[in-house]
Design a protein around this ligand. Structure first.
Ligand SMILES: Cc1cc2nc3c(=O)[nH]c(=O)nc-3n(C[C@H](O)[C@H](O)[C@H](O)COP(=O)(O)OP(=O)(O)OC[C@H]3O[C@@H](n4cnc5c(N)ncnc54)[C@H](O)[C@@H]3O)c2cc1C
Length: 307
């Protein structure tokens, strides 16, 4: 096996990982970044409306790819492979990627984001269940489709907006009595005639043979019904991507990595940034800020621990 020595191993090519790579290189650190999707999950965002400096917004794909290219231009090595395992031994981290190549560094930053959850009902992996309206919404174009979005936060709002331009009708199904999205998203949705909000409604099952044909729903008043749909888009929560960690690291009850005020985890030299971190705002801006801060603290950590 080949072994490569770097100053910092970064896991994830999203806003957090790419920003960490960009700042790291500019701080003089030799960085290697694992991940196969330039821009991470930003490809799912039709238009990032809340990133400062972009009046009118910026398409997620454009933002993600440009950030990735910016870090690459600074000299960061993007392996374009995923990290299978990260080990910690005698003040060094060793990462093995899915090509079987090994990389070592005194520090590592976990910026691996999180993946959307599925509903805990039967046939949860049926065809027609989607997570990305930007990617999979166009499949329903020109089909007079009726679609459902399950969720109530900004991500659910983005899906509903995207799909309202493709489908005849979009149900936004929300278990709580009120939407949990910001005022801007609520206003955009209210202005869209073909979005119907079903508050206080829970999806209890999928109907269909191979492909989803209808949703079984139950209201807070225990009334049950069936909503015929051509497809469903889920935005009901997340699971942080931490499976590559071959060591025990402190996590909260949701599995998010806990960090101190320097973004260092319970393992000295191991930092976390972005959506994978136990934080209070999961956004592009905060992920970028986390990436910059984490790698700056990596640089300080390396200097402080040089013998
Ligand atoms: C539909 C939708 C709409 C959104 N809208 C907005 C918005 O308008 N404004 C906003 O600010 N935010 C928005 N967000 C949130 C925003 O996309 C995230 O907060 C942000 O992308 C987090 O960046 P990150 O780098 O932490 O993680 P990610 O972008 O998730 O990137 C992490 C990457 O690491 C990869 N990875 C995981 N495990 C490994 C491994 N073992 N090896 C290598 N790579 C790995 C993942 O596959 C992923 O590509 C939206 C999200 C969604 C889903």
């Amino acid at each position: 096996m080949e072994e490569n020595q770097y100053d910092v191993i970064i896991v994830g090519t999203g806003p957090a990982g790419s920003t960490a790579a960009l700042y790291g290189q500019r701080l003089g650190l030799n960085t290697v970044v694992f991940g196969d999707t330039p821009g991470g999950i930003t490809y799912m965002i039709e238009n990032i409306m809340n990133f400062p400096g972009f009046l009118g917004g910026v398409p997620g794909t454009e933002f993600g790819v440009k950030l990735f290219q910016q870090a690459q231009t600074e000299g960061a090595l993007f392996t374009m492979s995923r990290l299978k395992e990260l080990n910690h031994h005698e003040n060094a981290f060793t990462g093995t990627d899915d090509n079987g190549l090994m990389y070592t560094a005194p520090c590592a930053i976990i910026a691996s984001g999180r993946v959307p959850k599925r509903l805990p009902v039967a046939h949860s992996e049926m065809k027609g269940i989607n997570f990305c309206s930007v990617c999979d919404g166009p499949l329903f174009r020109g089909k007079n489709a009726t679609l459902a979005v399950v969720g109530s936060d900004n991500a659910a709002g983005q899906h509903a907006m995207t799909l309202s331009r493709i489908a005849d009708k979009v149900f936004l199904i929300c278990r709580s009595q009120t939407l949990k999205m910001d005022a801007v998203h609520q206003q955009l949705i209210a202005a869209q005639d073909n979005i119907e909000i079903l508050n206080g409604t829970e999806v209890t099952g999928y109907k269909g043979l191979d492909l989803v044909e209808a949703l079984n729903v139950k209201t807070n008043e225990d009334e049950t019904s069936e909503i015929p749909v051509d497809g469903v888009f889920l935005a009901i929560g997340w699971t942080p991507n931490t499976k590559m960690l071959a060591m025990s690291v402190d996590q909260n009850s949701g599995g998010y990595l806990q960090t101190d005020d320097k973004l260092m985890t319970s393992i000295p030299g191991l930092f976390a940034a972005g959506d994978v971190r136990d934080t209070d705002l999961w956004q592009v801006l905060t992920a970028c800020a986390d990436g910059a801060r984490a790698v700056k603290n990596v640089a300080d950590h390396i200097i402080a621990n040089k013998s």
